[in-house]
Every structure is written in C-alpha cells, then in structure tokens.
Design a protein around this ligand. Structure first.
Ligand SMILES: O=P(O)(O)OC[C@H]1O[C@](O)(CO)[C@@H](O)[C@@H]1O
Ligand SMILES: [Fe+2]
Length: 188
C-alpha cells in the first residue's frame, strides 16, 4: 500500500495558503452574474478582483478531501454586494463545510426548487452545506471576507444553472442596511 503524505499548512493573515493553487476571479469573469448591468459595465473599466481562491486539491476520488481559502473583496455592483459565482456540486449529493476566518458576510444557499437560506458569517462561524444545496458567499462588510472551505475531492462544480438563473434572492445594501430581496430575474 502506498500512503499519501500528511500535510499541515498555516493560513497566512491575508488568507493565502502557502503552496496552494491560486485562482483569481475578476469582475470580467462574472459577466451576467450581477443584476445592474449598467453598474457592471461602469465598474468593468477598473475590472477589480472580486475574489481569490487558494486551493489544495487531491485527485477526484471518493473518500478524499480538498480544502481552499477564499479571499472575497469588499465592493458592490449597484446595490449588490460582491459574491462568489456559486455552484451546485457536480456530484450533487456531496456536502461541504465552511469556516469564517476574517471579515463579515454570509452564505446564500438554495435547493434545486429555489428554496433559499441566508446564513450570516463572521470569524469563527461554521456553516454546514448539506447535499444538494447550491452555495454562494457574499461580502457584506468593508474589508476582505476570508473563509475556509472543506469539500469532498470528488464533489466537483456545477456552475450551469446558477449562471443562467442566479439565486432567487439578491443580497443588497439599502438605506445603510443589508437586505435580502427577491431577484427579479429569477425563474424556476
Ligand atoms: O467556486 P465558486 O462558486 O466560484 O466559489 C469559490 C469557493 O467555493 C469552492 O469552490 C468550494 O465550494 C472553493 O474552491 C472556494 O472556496
Ligand atoms: Fe462547493
């Protein structure tokens, strides 16, 4: 039997996992994701980084685990806070755990039928993402929102239906408050 080597790494203050694979998502990678298209086009002139992911991933095998930090920057497109794209798992029955490290935000979760849950997150919050729920994190603060995700190595990502239809709710700022409102573009 060939055993894999165990691994211990320290997450840096800024969320970076040394030696991890880095993925950068700029606003230009998220066309069609935000409601306010005019605000999107305007901000596209700067094309800010919306989030970075530092992932330590294994082969897509049953039983193994991946982990990744995400540094989700503060910002808004119109009234809508910056968020991660959001996805179902390609193997839809795979669950996931998130752990809040820094900053303030929350997670939007949604079933395939469009039932939505919002879970506020701060440093120390653990979120259990059950099988079959799509998930998207949102930065509702004014500093980077940093969190760790731990997920089955064979979970995969299914961005398709979220890219097309979005979530049934939007997370916006209105009158200085964080609000969840119906997404006018949501279709079942
Ligand atoms: O894959 P998305 O929706 O862009 O969000 C990124 C985050 O979600 C994960 O894909 C895990 O669910 C991580 O790689 C990362 O923490
Ligand atoms: Fe996931």
């Amino acid at each position: 039997m060939e055993y894999k080597k165990p691994l211990g790494v320290k997450i840096e203050e800024n969320g970076v996992i040394p030696g991890a694979k880095k993925l950068v998502r700029r606003l230009s990678d998220m066309k069609g994701y935000f409601l306010d298209e005019e605000a999107y086009e305007e901000l596209l002139k700067e094309d800010p980084v919306v989030y970075e992911v530092y992932a330590v991933e294994q082969e897509e095998k049953d039983g193994d685990l991946n982990f990744a930090t995400t540094v989700l920057y503060p910002g808004k497109v119109g009234k809508e806070f910056f968020f991660t794209k959001g996805h179902f798992h390609a193997r839809a029955d795979r669950a996931e755990i998130y752990y809040g490290i820094k900053g303030k935000g929350g997670m939007l979760l949604q079933t395939p039928e469009g039932e939505v849950e919002w879970i506020p997150m701060e440093p120390g919050t653990v979120v259990y993402v059950p099988p079959y729920w799509a998930h998207r994190t949102v930065n509702t603060g004014d500093e980077p929102f940093i969190f760790l995700a731990i997920y089955p190595a064979d979970a995969g990502h299914d961005y398709g239906s979220i890219k097309e239809k979005g979530f049934a709710k939007l997370v916006i700022e209105e009158d200085g408050e964080v609000k969840l409102v119906d997404n006018p573009r949501w279709k079942e």
